[in-house]
Design a protein around this ligand. Structure first.
Ligand code: TYD
Ligand code: MG
Length: 452
């Protein structure tokens, strides 16, 4: 039972409530309220943000022009996602599922920075220095100069960072870090927020850049990282299937660069390697001449990326047919199936349908609708699509095909990778040298053209 010295905090949105309930009043999420004891200094994290206090107002013109110094990490994909390198005094949250490679990435980053003469401190609250050493031994880069601290007490972390004069501090992870000023176990939302806020203040006052590792589970529901997003300067998520080699680092918030930029890495036996040609990375190993496979071009930030969508429609047994979508929203798949059935006259009622985006990529924009539709058609008819064809368009409920944004850049990338034709909305105006444009009015039109 809650004592008078407890509050309940939503682990998703961070909202505070006086009593427990099954559902958070603020964001509506279920089963996210966690009890949080109130300590002597509880609430400190929420008092303003982490900027220094007691400074008088100044005219904007009197504010010294920002030098915007950046430290290159030597990992080009990492620098790109950060917006050009590490900004001194910034706090970056690196979130991702356990085992995806967060510790590996940051250790490599620390090693490179040390080689460039930038002092680092790698705080490992989850693994002993021995274990960190074992990981370091696998890497191609020499991490010997990196200072490692096996510590979970925030006060000790701050003390050592100051004493060493570290310019970049890595805290692995924020969920294992705790402050003695608050009651409550490490990982508890209050602890996570208070530690992050104090590290933020440390970064702003003393000038080092701080990287915080935050574990996120598959469901995305976890105490911590989500509630930190608005405190920190930059939020990066490390994605991918841990069973596959490719890893995507995505910026979802960046005060010092653009968002939605992604960097692509490959997990090798010797650490993470930036992928040299990320736009082409996900098509490598594509089997052509197989039905149910279609290619589309996604925009990831400013970068076009070609990805393969695979569909398999097979006769279902008894009962409700299965619908399995990997890499795309299952509701989107349901919509496209209904549109194909009603507007294209293709029945799916007796078919199990599986759709998969290869390489662990997730489709977040509707521009890939046409490719999903083409893959489904191809599988139902068991007829491969032309190997040099790209599909680009959003599909509406009326079966109409709509133009997509950034078409020129997507087409230029497809042409560069040797594609020969693109199926586009008839209302789209895109073109690229070397690409034949096949204009499609709607789903019925697409079905006819692919049957021809
Ligand atoms: P890790 O960085 O420990 O993940 P996280 O910190 O996000 O939990 O990475 C763990 C996985 O990466 C582990 O399964 C082993 C693998 N790995 C390699 O394949 N090659 C390597 O060189 C290293 C260091 C790890
Ligand atoms: Mg780790």
């Amino acid at each position: 039972m809650a004592s008078a010295r407890s509050v309940f905090r939503c682990t998703d949105c961070g909202a505070e409530q006086p009593k427990w309930g099954g559902r958070c009043d603020a964001c509506g999420a279920w089963n996210t309220l966690a009890e949080e004891p109130v300590g002597r200094n509880a609430g400190k994290a929420d008092r303003g943000n982490a900027l220094p206090s007691n400074v008088p107002p100044v005219r904007l013109s009197d504010v010294a022009e920002s030098r915007m110094e950046r430290w290159r990490t030597g990992l080009p994909e990492f620098d790109f996602v950060l917006g050009g390198g590490i900004v001194p005094g910034s706090v970056v949250l690196v979130g991702g599922e356990p085992g995806i490679g967060k510790s590996t990435l940051l250790l490599q980053c620390a090693a490179r920075l040390e080689q460039a003469g930038i002092a680092t401190l790698y705080v490992s609250g989850e693994e002993s220095p021995d274990q960190v050493r074992l990981r370091a031994d696998r890497l191609t880069v020499d991490a010997g100069r990196v200072h490692v601290l096996g510590e979970t007490r925030l006060e000790a972390v701050l003390h050592h960072a100051q004493a060493l004069g570290s310019r970049v501090v890595f805290v692995d992870s924020i969920q294992t870090t705790y402050t003695e000023e608050l009651e409550g176990a490490p990982g508890n939302v209050g602890q996570v927020r208070d530690c992050a806020a104090r590290l933020m203040r440390f970064a702003k006052e003393a000038g080092p850049a701080v990287f915080l590792v935050g574990h996120v589970t598959k469901g995305g529901g976890i105490a911590g990282p989500k509630t930190l997003e608005h405190i920190v300067d930059t939020v990066l998520y490390f994605e991918g299937e841990s069973t596959l080699d490719h890893r995507i680092l995505r910026a979802v918030k960046n005060r010092f660069g653009s968002v939605d930029e992604i960097g692509v890495f490959e997990m090798t036996g010797a650490g993470l390697e930036p992928v040299a040609d990320p736009a082409a990375a996900f098509l490598a190993g594509r089997a052509t001449g197989v039905s149910g496979s279609a290619v589309t071009a996604l925009m990831e930030g400013t970068r076009p990326m070609l990805v393969e969508i695979q569909a398999l429609a097979s006769k279902s047994g008894f009962g409700t047919p299965q619908r399995v979508a990997t890499g795309l929203d299952h509701r989107r798949l349901a919509v496209l199936l209904a549109v194909l059935e009603r507007r294209g006259g293709v029945p799916f009622a007796a078919l199990d349908v599986f759709v998969n985006v290869t390489g662990g990529v997730r489709l977040l924009e509707p521009s890939s609708d046409l490719a999903v539709t083409a893959a489904l058609l191809s599988s139902v008819r068991d007829r491969p699509l032309p190997a040099d064809a790209l599909f680009l368009g959003e599909v509406g409920l009326g079966g109409e095909v709509r133009p997509v944004a950034g078409v020129e850049r997507r087409l230029a990338e497809a042409a560069r990778q040797g594609f020969g034709r693109v199926f586009l909305s008839a209302r789209s105006r895109g073109s690229a040298a070397g690409l034949d444009v096949v204009a499609v009015d709607g789903i019925g039109d697409l079905a006819r053209r692919l049957a021809a």
